[in-house]
Design a protein around this ligand. Structure first.
Ligand SMILES: [Zn+2]
Length: 439
């Protein structure tokens, strides 16, 4: 994104039946139409203008923009009202639906339509409209996650209970265990530098990175997220890491891949290089946070961890390189690794809890309790997780559900490493909607 968030990775009201515009589609026409060939750039200009003006109503709307400064200055100087923007979004969706596009433009037109539906949904939310969790997700992100009931995770908890004996609640025992793997504050920089360098080395072996790409990293406090990539354009990012809570050793590779390589930094530089510059598709000069691109962005950033460090390669790197840098005992690395493997099976519970909370099925304090129990978190970490949901709402689906969509696409047919990376680069370099990742 452009900026992008990493929520609690481990894990990481009123119900309304209203829906947004149903997913019709721009129509394909087998022959080139000069009339409609001229139309797409016009709608693109309108979309770009609408997005920048919407950013004046909600600061985080525009996750990144690297087009001409005068275009943004002009939008900032004279933004329309939310109601006027909503009318415009609907008109552009209707215009897309009534247009015929050459097959070569179809994927671009469909992606643009998804962005406009997201804008329509978000503008209605800014007007105070309440959507159900599923409809909010569908409107903003063009996908609805498949959620399991919490009871499905009880057997995992029971298994962990048996494996981790001790006094007190399971979540407290697991948290106390995990806390032993905290990186001392004065070692954070050196550990993160080493992790990021390795994430980059592994990514650059498969994806050609443009000359001059790089990012700066800062440690910050007082944020609702645990990491953020602010993409600045010209292949540069600012990455911030939140140190409100102690940072455990696994987070170095997590965040190095997620925010950097092959995660957000790489996605953004590929979009800038291949779509905004290479194709001159101006809609890619801006990235709205609440849009279907976030499914791909967060999903690929999370999947990128497994892609860059398949299987035991991660354990080996962390044990042999990062543990010594952090002053942790490498002999304990495998035990921590095993704990993470075991608790990974619980990560889907995060979305179920978010859905229950946002749909008003449980109170906030119940959501906190459920988060502690099912994600095995301390009260402070559960607070960070639920606080993230308070702020970003259905955006939470983009992590776990987005990762599932990306993984299922890339690993279809059990391809070799080279093919997995080729597929990764392809979806990061093309207009990609969640539906494009389905079989
Ligand atoms: Zn992210």
């Amino acid at each position: 994104m452009t900026r992008k968030i990493l929520g609690a990775l481990l894990a990481t009201a009123a119900v309304c039946a209203c829906t947004t515009t149903e997913p019709a589609s721009p129509r394909a026409t087998p022959a080139q139409s000069t009339q409609t060939a001229a139309k797409l750039p016009e709608i693109v200009d309108g979309y770009l203008r609408l997005t920048l003006e919407a950013g004046t109503h909600e600061a985080e709307w525009v996750d990144a923009y690297y087009g001409p400064a005068e275009t943004k200055a002009s939008a900032d100087a004279n933004p329309r009202s939310i109601a006027a923007l909503l009318t415009d979004a609907k008109a552009m969706i209707a215009s897309l639906d009534q247009s015929n596009f050459a097959p070569t433009d179809m994927r671009r037109a469909k992606a643009l339509r998804g962005m406009l539906i997201a804008a329509e949904t978000r503008l209605q939310m800014l007007q105070g409209r309440k959507f159900s969790f599923a409809n909010e997700a569908k409107g903003q992100f063009a996908t609805v996650p498949e959620l399991k009931p919490l009871s499905d995770y009880d057997s995992v908890l029971a298994r962990l209970e048996a494996l981790i004996p001790g006094i007190g609640p399971l979540e407290a025992r697991v948290d106390a265990f995990n806390e032993r793997f905290t990186i001392p504050k004065d070692r954070l920089q050196i550990v993160f530098d080493a992790a990021i360098a390795e994430c980059k080395r592994r990514t650059a072996a498969y994806i050609k990175l443009p000359e001059g790409e790089n990012f700066t990293m800062e440690f910050v406090t007082g944020k609702p997220w645990s990491g953020y990539n602010y993409y600045k354009g010209n292949y540069k990012s600012l990455i911030q890491i939140n140190t409100d809570l102690p940072i455990r050793i696994s987070r170095a590779v997590d965040l190095g891949c997620h925010e950097g390589y092959p995660g957000h930094h790489v996605l953004n530089l590929l979009v800038e290089s291949k779509l905004a510059r290479g194709q001159d598709w101006k809609e890619y000069e801006v990235n709205p946070l609440y849009s279907p691109t976030s499914v791909l962005s967060e999903g690929s950033a999370n999947y990128g961890i497994d892609l860059a460090f398949p299987g035991p390669e991660r354990l080996k790197f962390e044990r042999d390189v990062l543990y010594p840098l952090a002053g942790l005992d490498p002999k304990t690395a495998e035990a921590y690794w095993n704990m993470q493997q075991m608790t990974e099976a619980l990560s889907g519970a995060r979305l179920t809890i978010a859905k229950m909370y946002l749909d008003g099925e449980v109170t906030r304090s119940q959501a906190l309790e459920l988060t502690q129990k099912y994600l095995l978190l301390s009260p402070a970490r559960a607070e960070q997780s639920v606080g993230f949901t308070d702020h970003y709402r259905s955006y939470v689906i983009n992590y776990g559900w987005g990762k599932d969509l990306v993984r299922n696409y890339i690993e279809r047919g059990k391809p070799d490493a080279k093919t997995r990376w080729t597929r990764m680069e392809k979806i990061l370099s093309e207009p990609t909607l969640p539906s494009d990742l389905l079989p």
